[in-house]
Design a binder for this molecule. Structure first.
Ligand SMILES: Cc1ncc(C[n+]2csc(CCOP(=O)(O)OP(=O)(O)O)c2C)c(N)n1
Ligand code: SF4
Length: 289
């Protein structure tokens, strides 16, 4: 990744992408749908990324990756990593059919969903990854539904490797990309992307907010390998200490949660606590074995 991109200043995606590309190395072919990431890559004939990339149609990331993987196989080129990278809109909503189909076939590629919790490139519309309580331009006031559980959906496909990560914990992110790169079959990574204009926070708070997302278990660092779930990094040490921060600390730093009521905060906290408990139970089981 070259200096100078068209992403907003202080963009969480730029930070995550720098580590992702370092971990992937040069023998990588990317396919990316319409999103902030296509903006970051730049306008032809200029680009800020020195790798082969196909700009694919919004719904087709995993179908496009399937074609690239099949083409490479036909040519006998086995040393390339095929990577499809899409936002949450392009993954949770519009691209899910192609993703599910590719995962069901265990297509040999890495799918990365960078999740800024909305359709940010087009001006902060709601996606099914937007958390309950958040303001977007299509949920004036607040969103009432919880975020879709994409990890559970992907796990149901029985794929060999899945992980969630955050650019606020770059070494954990880097190690997971390296691991995913070296596994065959469909690998899925879900990466938290704090987005200053979409979430309403000063760009300086990017890393602090990413850390708070993990500290409150709003975002959990984990990997699921052949059905075994392990917490990693900061989430793992939280499991050991039994401590996590209240979600209100995370919400109050962001303009998108300005209108949330105390009852709605309790409702969101209940959802986080139940989910965290489920992860803890599975993590403890994996530690015992
Ligand atoms: C079929 C189709 N519908 C709508 C669009 C317009 N569009 C381009 S990018 C985008 C938002 C993408 O959101 P997401 O996938 O979450 O990525 P982000 O912009 O947040 O990085 C939309 C709606 C499009 N390019 N193609
Ligand atoms: S809208 Fe958000 S994710 Fe998109 S380029 Fe700007 S900061 Fe990055």
């Amino acid at each position: 990744m070259l200096p100078g991109t068209r992403a907003c200043s202080g963009c969480g995606l730029s930070l995550a992408y720098r580590h992702i590309l370092k971990a992937l190395g040069e023998k990588t072919i990317l396919t990316i749908p319409a999103s902030c990431l296509t903006v970051l890559h730049g306008l032809y004939p200029s680009t800020s990324v020195g790798l082969t990339n196909i700009n694919t149609a919004f719904a087709t990331t995993a179908a496009s990756a399937t074609g690239i993987a099949a083409g490479l196989k036909a040519l006998g080129k086995t040393d390339y990593t095929v990577v499809g990278i899409a936002g949450d809109g392009g993954t949770f909503d519009i691209g899910i059919q192609a993703l599910s189909a590719a995962a069901e076939r265990n297509t040999d590629f890495l799918y990365i969903c960078y999740d800024n919790e909305g359709y940010m490139n087009t001006g902060t519309q709601r996606s099914s990854a937007t958390p309950m309580g958040a303001f977007t331009t299509t949920t004036p006031g607040t969103k009432f539904e919880h975020k879709k559980d994409i990890l559970a959906i992907m796990e149901a496909h029985g794929i060999p490797y899945m992980a969630s990560a955050s650019p606020a914990y770059p070494l954990d992110l880097y190690d997971k990309v390296v691991k995913a790169k070296n596994i065959n079959g469909t690998r899925f990574m879900h990466i938290n992307i704090p987005c200053s204009p979409g979430w309403g926070f000063p760009t300086d708070d990017l890393v602090e907010l990413g850390k708070l997302a993990v500290d409150t278990a709003m975002w959990v660092l984990l990997e699921i390998e052949n059905g075994v779930l392990r917490l990693t990094g900061r989430s793992r040490s939280m499991a050991r200490s039994g401590k996590k921060k209240p979600v209100s600390q995370y919400l109050k730093l962001q303009g998108r949660f300005k209108h949330v009521t105390p009852e709605q905060i309790d409702y969101l906290q209940g959802w986080i606590d139940k989910r965290w408990q489920r992860f803890l139970q599975r993590h403890e089981l994996s530690e015992e074995t």
